[in-house]
Design a protein around this ligand. Sequence first.
Ligand code: ADP
Length: 474
Amino acid sequence: MPRRLFFKNFRLPNVFVLLLIVLFSCALLICINFFTIKILSASRAYVNGESHYSKGQKDASRHLITYLYTKELNHWKLYIENLKIPQGDGIARKTLLKVGDNEVARIGFTAGRNHEDDLDDLVWLFVNFKEVSFFAKAIREWEQGDNLINELFIIGTQINAKIQRNTLTPANQQKFIARISNISDKLTINERNFSNTLGEGTRKIKNLLIITNIIFVLIIILSVCTYYFIMVKRLLVSKKEIEVKNEDLVLVNRELDRFVYSASHDLRSPITSLKGLIEITQLEDDVNQIKDYLDLMQQSLTKQDQFINDIIDYSKNKRKQIIIQPVSLRKLFDEAISQLTHIENASRIIIKQEILTDEIYSDGLRLKIIIGNLISNAIKYADTNKQEMFINIKTYTTEGAHKIEVADNGIGIKEEYKESIFEMYFGTNKNKGSGLGLYIVKEAVENIKGNITVVSEKTIGSKFIVTIPKTHGV
Ligand code: ADP
């Protein structure tokens, strides 16, 4: 595959997709981390709250027992005060379960000695996670605890009533003590279960968070690496493209320099020789000699004319856009032959045409340049020593291409020149041409995405074969 075609067809995956993946992953990672931290912080607040709950219940039990034996009102008050802590949490739980007023729940949590800054997280976790297994289990433990707190409250009321009525017996005291310690034991189990369940849940969440973090970080690293790789590759490709373009520019510049130098030189030389011829003709009296000088002047002018025609062809070939349209090869050959009859010996050459393919879709201007130059060369380089000079023209179509062949039995091309004949200003006989013809032909053929080859043998003849693709992607 040619280098330029390779660069043209080289497609890279869309980097915007990768950027989107990175952006999406980052956004997701931020959200996941934010909510996980919120969950963990709320869980910590619940565990903290549980310790206040537990302490409140234990202190309430202690003061109730002291009140039971001392009957001091001060302990009764302390009992009531401490019992309000778990009761406050209980109010919050019931309100949130009924999807009640969040403000009431906040007041409940505040009574439960929870920190003011934790209130939002406590309410948020309850509202959003009450159905989630680990939290639902913790709520069940909490509910059982609240029932026991309620029982403790009832016992307190019974003790207080008996003390107020002065009907408390030692036997009653024993019974109450047994009930209080039974409730305390059960509550301790509940409280432990509550903390354990929350701890278990948060550990699972933490592990999940680590895994999701690793996965997303890997996705981000992978996407960034791929993005970087693609960008570096793109840079390399465009660097190569620029290098190729630079090389082309240098070549074109060099070619232009050579062209300008040779063109100015070749344009001047016939003028110089004409001036010289005119000068010596002015001094000459012999009519025959003057006729010879005039012939030489004509040759000089013909050469000049041919050279200017070549330059015009060169410029047209470079400048004009390719226009694909139906072109008659027969017409182009007929025109070329009729325009070239002035060349020396042209009338002696037998031209045979075998037009198997006439109308093709191609660029008329380029085909005219190609055919004109090939026929003109076949006439110019005819072997005048041969008895019969001929040019065989053949056009035909193979599977994928049209072919144009121009064969002659002229002087042929030496082996060592075959490589150079398509180069700019290469010519073996400066009297016969400028050396531009085949160079222009090659450029024109390449313009219509075709190619040209030559088979030639010195003294036997030459055959130029032009191949034009049927569907050429211009
Ligand atoms: P020029 O203007 O010198 O003819 P071209 O580029 O047309 O330049 O041809 C380059 C050289 O190729 C010629 O000088 C000649 O030596 C050789 N050449 C081209 N066509 C033929 C041919 N049909 N037979 C023999 N030699 C040829």
